[in-house]
Write a protein that binds this ligand. Sequence first.
Ligand code: ATP
Length: 314
Amino acid sequence: MVCDRCQVGRAQIQRLRRNSRLCKECFFVEFESEVHETIEEYGLFRRGERVAVAISGGKDSVVLAHVLKTLNERYAYGLELFLLAIDEGIHGYRDDSLAAVRRNSDELGLPLCVLSYADLYDGWTMDRVVSQIGRSNNCTFCGVFRRQALDRGARLGGADKLATGHNADDMAETVFLNLVRGDSARLRRSADVMTFEAEHEARQTTATVEWVPRVKPFLFMYEKEIVMYAYWKRLDYFATECVYAPQAFRAFARDLVKELEACAHARLWIRSGQRRSSENMQPMGRLWIPRPLHNDAHDAVTLAVKLCAKRVCC
Ligand SMILES: Nc1ncnc2c1ncn2[C@@H]1O[C@H](COP(=O)(O)OP(=O)(O)OP(=O)(O)O)[C@@H](O)[C@H]1O
């Protein structure tokens, strides 16, 4: 079967969003163009800005670093990029992924800044936190520490923006997590392409904190396609899951999204990546859903809440 775009190469991937069948080269072109469109449409960067790319060594952030460098050169954004990694102090996980981060920094020729929880939080590594509080809830601590660490790292590095590798799948999970937690403030901004996290926290604590806006250039990109990009480009990333992650509440949300996707209707609206797929879309909050399924989507949210409640209660 030939590629729908160039009509020459052998089709090797069926795009989830547009349903087109593409060869590898055309897939790279479309993927990169879609990230560029997001950057342009939402005005994520301004010429001359210094951008911290948050890199964990996982596939999303490694692909993000490569794509941002490529687009910065191709479209002459005029950005000054550097990599920012946080060492949470998780033995057998973060030490290995940081090795991948260092190799990417060398390959891309981008400077790297590494900050550790141990240095920032008076010797408190995640291994030490888990030894004190056990495994349940440790991801909540880690998430709060990491958000602050990234913010501090970005400010230390003089960044105007902090770019993270959050993708459409992460967004869908986050929407459900915030729904279940009843965190309406976070729910409202969980699908934003640009957020001001520290500003929100500062408002709640009345502390004066300088903040660095966060941007998510991959918010409309599917995880599966990010994996294919990394695989076909032979990028050097670390694939193992965090040793503490299986206990995470987020894992419930991930399973839930998969369960919902098993219903044909839900699959159509659950990810923000559908946003641009058709003119027949309409917004429900920040999610875009096909018009004929608007009512079904409300049913799906109800179903999601019931499923979550069931899981949380069990
Ligand atoms: N230790 C870290 N250092 C720097 N950035 C991080 C770190 N952990 C997460 N991030 C940023 O937050 C984003 C989402 O975090 P998540 O926990 O989903 O990442 P991951 O699964 O470790 O790896 P990735 O998302 O890169 O595949 C990452 O893409 C990255 O930009």
